[in-house]
Ligand binder design. Structure first.
Ligand code: ZN
Length: 242
């Protein structure tokens, strides 16, 4: 069984299509939220994700913001501009789809959330301190998260009271241990100084995780962002990977 794990697409259809072509055949797709926000193709991304094979999709904070489930004052001014642009361009049917996404799902032995098990839509798991606390907020062997746009694994070893952080190596198939929190990185706006799209493949039978990167046509996305008058900062950052 091959499960495609993607997150933080952020309206970047070119990155999403490149990831799907690169990933090849899969049985199930898990999307950990933030389908929209920042990028120029919100409708296309929502529709593409809906059409994925056996897809389970979780609500991200940007998805919540565009369907008015959260107050946009918590976003910085440029992110707010892009949220309002996205709201104005999404079709009513796509806003409706985002409005009905769950903020958490349990699949086999995995808890799926966007941010963290403690605060599924909003909390950023950025360090081992926060990861350690969050292990008490889910019971399954594994939890998959997105939101930080940083590919990482947090491991809670037996008898140890704190989590270790591990940055996965590209294309390495690793057996994941119970209990782990894993982040596949971001498809549409990576922030680890590597501009290539990130995703992962999970095999629930063998309990393996393969983290992958793939280059995509960033200039084409930037041209569409410019044509849409989206904030310059977001146009620059997809090329720099921050
Ligand atoms: Zn995001």
């Amino acid at each position: 069984m091959r499960i495609l794990v993607i997150s933080d697409i952020h309206g970047n259809l070119t990155a999403l299509e490149t990831v799907l072509a690169h990933a090849g055949e899969y049985d199930v797709a898990w999307c950990l939220g933030d389908l929209v926000g920042y990028g120029p193709d919100p409708n296309e991304c929502v529709e593409r994700v809906q059409a994925l094979k056996n897809v389970v999709c979780i609500l991200g904070n940007h998805d919540a913001a565009v369907n008015s489930q959260m107050d946009t004052s918590t976003f910085n001014p440029e992110a707010r501009i892009s949220i309002h642009w996205t709201q104005a361009h999404l079709t009513p049917a796509n806003i409706e789809f985002l409005a009905h996404l769950p903020n958490r799902s349990f699949q086999d032995e995995v808890t799926l959330v966007h941010g963290s098990p403690r605060s599924p839509t909003y909390e950023y798991l950025l360090d081992t301190y926060l990861a350690t606390i969050n292990f008490s907020y889910f019971e399954s062997p594994y939890c998959f998260v997105g939101h930080t746009h940083l590919p990482v694994q947090y491991l809670l070893k037996n008898g140890r009271g704190y989590a270790d952080l591990l940055v996965p190596r590209e294309n390495e198939i690793v057996e994941i241990q119970s209990r782990s929190i894993l982040n596949p990185g971001s498809v549409g706006q990576p922030r680890d100084r590597d501009a290539r799209a990130a995703y992962a493949l999970f095999d629930p039978d063998k309990k393996t995780w393969e983290y992958r990167r793939v280059a995509y046509d960033i200039a084409a996305v930037q041209a569409r962002m410019r044509a849409a008058n989206l904030p310059d900062r977001h146009i620059q950052r997809i090329a720099a990977g921050w």
